[in-house]
Design a protein around this ligand. Structure first.
Ligand SMILES: Nc1ncnc2c1ncn2[C@@H]1O[C@H](COP(=O)(O)OP(=O)(O)OP(=O)(O)O)[C@@H](O)[C@H]1O
Ligand SMILES: [Mg+2]
Length: 471
């Protein structure tokens, strides 16, 4: 039986009650069991006598306090650490506590935050024999807050729409990637869904409950990339926060870091990143301590990295490190059969977003979409659908709701494809355009500025077209 005096002093333990026979049970002696117990728990354990001398310090405790385990025994605790040991107060006032949050200032390590318990050891006559101090560090406030605020995956595989074989290939490979812990490279044109794929891989992986941290390498000035990724120690550069800062790699510990636009990473950062990928450890700027993280890396780019390598702009060794699995979401023009599916998905999404009824989509719109090249891929399609929903008064997506640049591009395309039918096609599209302008003028009661804005053209173009169509 463990001799807790539960009613009066929860955190007092009476060593005089020698009824704890667990060591005898194993035939090992209590000393052995006690030592095994101290070393088996994940908290630091420090046992002090009534004078504050170290009777025992477990390995974990030695690591947390940065002390040599064996050399600490018999020493005065106040001499060992460079802060005022709060545990001495317990010896002074005899008051133990359980799971209390405590801040300590260490000149060498800055502000430390611990969760601590102190159990007072007494003899029969209530004299203090010593204290057992158990403690574990709590993450610094910024890291904790960031972790709480750190985004979870916004998309899963069920949000990614597409059925064409080239697309399913990319999906299948991503599912395989989700099951492994290998680095992944996602290479695809702008708007093909690279970010969605990265989210889905994280979300379907064993790391789903960990953080997902996304870094856009293109949006960071080169001078800030290093501190953003790896953090800095206090006072390492002017303007640095006093208490230092953890970088994205540390924030993504236990989860996934997405290095978006990796093709934009400056050469010196590529070298540092390569080292991190090789041994999963790094040092903060201005720091000496090696930080080891368990972070999975997904890199994404809309550049062709093989090209970048041949132009000497991207390191080949880094490319091979990242490219353990390469997922390539195909451009929209290579999966035209997915257009109807995507259009109805995006129309529903847009309608929900704008609080509209889900629109019907005219067949000729779907046909026209097949003739357009979609340089902005699904994102562009999404924008076009959104716009059509906004301008539509009839709850239909019609040719008249499409932006001018798309109508013009389709017209050119059709002319190129079929010069003989040029005249008829051009006439057709002119009809569409004339109707769109007439309709818009009616709806805006002839306000040229608003009408031009709604049609996505300049006022001058609108005037010209009105003359052309005699409106
Ligand atoms: N297969 C898809 N199914 C549904 N929506 C998609 C799909 N692909 C892309 N989208 C939509 O298109 C938009 C762009 O996707 P995303 O941001 O993932 O593209 P990206 O490849 O990262 O683009 P960029 O290179 O410009 O960063 C998102 O709003 C997303 O909702
Ligand atoms: Mg992206």
């Amino acid at each position: 039986m463990i001799p807790w005096k539960e009613t009066t002093h929860l955190v007092d333990i009476d060593l005089d009650e020698r009824d704890w026979e667990i060591g005898d049970f194993f035939g090992l002696g209590s000393q052995y069991i006690l030592r095994a117990l101290f070393e088996s728990i994940s908290d630091g354990v420090l046992v002090l006598d009534a004078q504050g001398k170290v009777v025992h310090l477990n390995k974990r405790g030695a690591v947390i306090l940065g002390l040599d385990q064996a050399a600490s025994i018999g020493r005065d605790v106040a001499e060992l650490v460079d802060f005022k040991p709060v545990i001495l107060e317990v010896l002074a006032n005899g008051q133990g506590y359980l799971e209390r949050e405590i801040y300590i200032h260490s000149p060498s390590r800055g502000r430390l935050r611990f969760l601590k318990s102190a159990i007072v050891l007494r003899d029969r006559r209530s004299r203090i024999l010593g204290v057992i101090d158990t403690f574990r560090p709590i993450e610094p406030q910024d890291k904790l807050a960031l972790r709480m605020a750190s985004p979870k995956a916004r998309y899963s595989f069920s949000d990614i729409v597409g059925k064409e074989p080239v697309f399913l290939e990319a999906i299948n490979l991503s599912r395989i990637a989700a099951e492994s812990d290998a680095n992944v490279l996602i290479e695809g044109e702008s708007g093909t869904g690279k970010e969605m794929f990265a989210h889905a891989i994280h979300q379907a992986s064993a790391r789903a409950s960990g953080p997902l941290v996304i870094v856009n390498c293109a949006s960071l000035p080169p001078s800030l990339i290093e501190s953003e990724l790896f953090g800095y120690e206090s006072g390492s550069f002017t303007g640095a926060r006093k208490e230092g800062f953890s970088g994205k790699f540390e924030q993504a510990d236990g989860g996934t870091i997405v290095l978006d636009e990796i093709g934009e990473m400056p050469p010196d950062m590529q070298a540092k990143l390569l080292r991190v990928l090789q041994d999963k450890s790094f040092t903060r700027i201005g720091g000496t301590k090696t930080i080891t993280v368990n972070t999975r890396v997904i890199a994404a780019t809309n550049k062709n990295l093989a090209d970048e390598i041949s132009k000497g702009r991207f390191r080949e060794d880094l490319y091979y490190r990242l490219n353990v699995l390469c997922v390539r979401p195909p451009p929209l023009r290579e999966r035209l059969d997915d257009i109807p599916l995507l259009v109805s998905h995006l129309a529903m999404k847009g309608a929900l977003h704008y609080g509209r009824a889900i629109p019907e989509v005219d067949g000729e719109v779907l046909t026209a979409f097949r003739e357009y090249s979609w340089p902005g891929n699904v994102r562009e399609l999404e924008n076009v659908i959104e716009r059509a929903i906004i301008v539509s008064e009839t709850n239909r997506i019609t040719m008249a709701g499409l932006p001018n640049y798309i109508l013009t591009s389709i017209q050119h395309r059709l002319v190129e494809k079929n010069p003989k039918e040029t005249e008829a096609t051009v006439l057709d599209l002119e009809d569409v355009e004339r109707n769109a302008i007439r309709q818009a003028l009616k709806e805006t009661e002839g306000n040229i500025s608003i009408c031009a804005k709604r049609l996505g053209i300049s006022r001058n173009t609108l005037y010209r077209k009105m003359r052309q169509y005699s409106l």
